[in-house]
Design a protein around this ligand. Structure first.
Ligand SMILES: [Zn+2]
Length: 159
């Protein structure tokens, strides 16, 4: 199905300007968006930041200065005060619970809100890890069983 020259090209340039992985993404894991390629993490990160800004304009304050909003979102995430996912979650929480937020600078306050932190912890607990844990446990179990069988059969031969 793939053109014959395809396997030659194993790496792409990750188009995320803040790519923390050196800007080169392997073909096997690259996420394609239009003509651009990204690490899955970079793609998620970029979209989280985009969504934060879009949601802020749509639901919080459409008159906020764009450069200011983008700068504050970047500052919060880049200084690791909050992950992009948590900031996005906090913003949605604020809208859903009608917590007052009017300006970009208010984002600094919502990431320190204990109610939001607790809600996020619960959300994370319910969401992601369960799938990963069950998958790795299953994979380990299978491998372990296979190894044991092999050992047993070798033991029998050697006896
Ligand atoms: Zn990247």
């Amino acid at each position: 199905m793939a053109p014959s020259y395809y396997p030659m090209k194993t790496d792409y340039k990750c188009k995320y300007s803040k790519c923390p992985y050196g800007g080169v993404v392997s073909k096997d894991i690259a996420v394609k968006d239009g003509q651009n390629y990204y690490h899955p993490e970079c793609f998620k990160e970029m979209n989280n930041r985009k969504q934060i800004i879009d949601i802020f304009y749509k639901y919080i304050n459409k008159n906020e200065v764009g450069a200011n909003l983008r700068r504050i979102v970047d500052l919060i995430i880049d200084s690791k005060k909050a992950t992009s996912e948590f900031l996005l979650y906090a913003l949605c929480y604020v809208i859903h619970h009608k917590i007052p937020l009017h300006h970009a600078a208010g984002l600094y306050y919502i990431i320190n809100n204990d109610d939001i932190k607790q809600a996020y912890k619960k959300y994370k607990y319910k969401q992601m890890p369960k799938v990963d844990i069950s998958k790795t446990e299953k994979a380990k179990d299978v491998k372990f069983e296979v190894k044991q069988d092999k050992k047993n059969s070798w033991d029998k031969i050697l006896e």
